[in-house]
Design a binder for this molecule. Structure first.
Ligand code: SF4
Length: 488
């Protein structure tokens, strides 16, 4: 399996989705894992009697934080600088990369160890570092695997969800010259052995930030493998890159978010490690880069603003039937699943990612599991509205024509009935066509035309209503108001 065709300049969802459909083994394994995680994590969250109350509180804290972002970020900067950190601001990925390259030059960095950070994926930081001859190694096991395989993460919490133990064994044999094994313990031993050396050799560690605490100027990073702790403490320079929405008002709210994030993300009560970085120790250097990169666009749109509440737990991905079927690459950019569908159009632009909000059945599962109660389904609908009404609509001329015809037919009962008759006859006779409808494209390749029943719902309803109205009334039995209405 490869991630070829994946690109960061946009997200033509349907084209990528069709690629996913051509890889049934890969997407099935991912779908099963996501579903398993979703069920497990859901049980864990539902076992907390005050779960709903926690969600409400977290929503309120995040709402306050996003509505006071300007003040909280300044407060965070002041307190972080007071503890010896250097805080740098970046309006886009390019400026953030320039900051990192300046730090690299200043400290003569040759090798970097990185702990998991989606925001540095946004910046394509590894490529930028490689372009100046700096080797950046991912140390989170999942990220390490996808980096070795030359792929992109498929999930924001479990980046190598699509790889089986056998896949990993083959990868280690090919890239690290290790004897093949598919035993989990042996595989983690191999990864640990190779990574251990790197922490000691690295000149700089780069991390993301889970929460930035305005009142203390500290950052919080959570993880399970110990790699983040080593990445930020072993090398003499630590650069933490955070999206500007990561700030919360006070350390007092941190336990609430840690409880929600661990349970929703991995079904744990708490992650194995919680690192609080309060400034810098003598002889070391600590930089924090605060990145906008399109987040101001989200802030400007009141209907989308709450997507900035996201704490990147990944629960909405696991719950989403579309993500489970298509996998992460189909979304074409860094953030897959429902959260990707609502933030990517803001971050990369509606022209490139306007199709993403349509990658949903609007079943509502994402909104139900979100620990900070982001109303994802409504945001999807809002973005769909914006996409079809934008100056460069995402629909093709043919699609626009079809929808125009549809709305014309739907506007009158007579036209609707006529249109339904044409569709029924069309479906019935499609099987006699000299070519198979599967040739219409990838969508039809995996689907059969339905059998058309001998009657329509409307005729069934009329017939049934008439039948019921003839039935003798049973004493004591209440008559059905629906059929009464029909027979009347
Ligand atoms: S939108 Fe909600 S469920 Fe999805 S990743 Fe963000 S916090 Fe988690």
């Amino acid at each position: 399996m490869t991630s070829q065709g994946l690109h960061l300049s946009g997200a033509p969802f349907l084209r990528q989705e069709n690629k996913g459909l051509a890889e049934p083994h890969g997407s099935r394994a991912l779908g099963e894992s996501a579903e398993r995680s979703s069920k497990h994590n859901r049980q864990v969250t539902l076992s907390v009697p005050y779960w709903e109350q926690w969600r409400e509180e977290a929503h309120a804290v995040k709402r306050f934080a996003i509505h006071h972002l300007d003040q909280l970020l300044v407060e965070f900067e002041r307190n972080a600088v007071g503890r010896g950190a250097t805080v740098l601001w970046a309006k886009d990925a390019e400026e953030a990369n320039r900051h990192v390259l300046d730090i690299v030059q200043k400290h003569q960095v040759k090798t970097v160890v990185k702990s998991k950070s989606m925001v540095t994926e946004e910046m394509e930081l590894n490529h930028v570092l490689a372009s100046v001859g700096v080797r950046a190694l991912e140390t989170d096991l999942g990220e390490y695997l996808v980096q070795l395989a030359g792929q992109r993460p498929v999930h924001i919490v479990t980046p190598a969800l699509h790889l089986s133990a056998e896949d990993v064994g083959r990868l280690f044999a090919e890239k690290l010259n290790e004897p093949f094994t598919s035993e989990h313990e042996k595989l983690t031993d191999i990864a640990r052995r190779h990574l251990r050396e790197e922490y000691l050799r690295a000149d700089m560690g780069i991390s993301g930030v889970n929460f930035a605490l305005a009142d203390t100027g500290s950052i919080c990073i959570i993880e399970n493998e110990g790699n983040a702790g080593l990445s930020i403490s072993a090398p003499p320079v630590h650069v933490a890159v955070m999206g500007m929405e990561k700030v919360i008002p006070s350390i007092r709210y941190l336990p609430l978010f840690l409880n929600l994030l661990a349970r929703s993300g991995t079904g744990q009560k708490l992650t194995t490690y919680t690192h609080l970085v309060h400034g810098v120790t003598p002889g070391r250097h600590f930089y924090i880069i605060i990145l906008d990169n399109g987040r101001s666009n989200v802030l400007r749109d009141p209907a989308s603003r709450s997507s900035l509440f996201c704490i990147r737990c990944g629960a909405c991905l696991n719950a989403c039937p579309v993500y489970r079927r298509t996998g992460g690459w189909a979304y074409g950019w860094v953030y897959p699943g429902p959260i990707g569908a609502i933030i990517t159009p803001h971050l990369v632009g509606m022209e490139d990612a306007g199709k993403l909000p349509f990658a949903s059945s609007l079943c509502g599962a994402c909104g139900e599991v979100c620990p900070v109660k982001i109303d994802i389904p409504h945001q999807l609908v809002h973005l769909r509205y914006r996409a079809v009404n934008s100056p460069s609509p995402v629909r093709s001329p043919l699609e626009r024509l079809v929808w125009k015809a549809w709305s014309w037919a739907m506007a009158s009962p007579l036209r609707y009935r006529l249109a339904m008759s044409v569709v029924r006859w069309g479906v019935r006779f499609a099987k006699y066509l000299p070519w198979h409808p599967a040739q219409l494209g990838a969508w039809t390749r995996g689907r059969e035309l339905p059998e058309v029943p001998g009657y329509t719902f409307r005729s069934w309803w009329r017939h049934r209503g008439a039948e019921l109205s003839r039935e003798p009334a049973t004493p004591g039995k209440k008559s059905n108001p629906v059929t009464q209405e029909v027979s009347a």
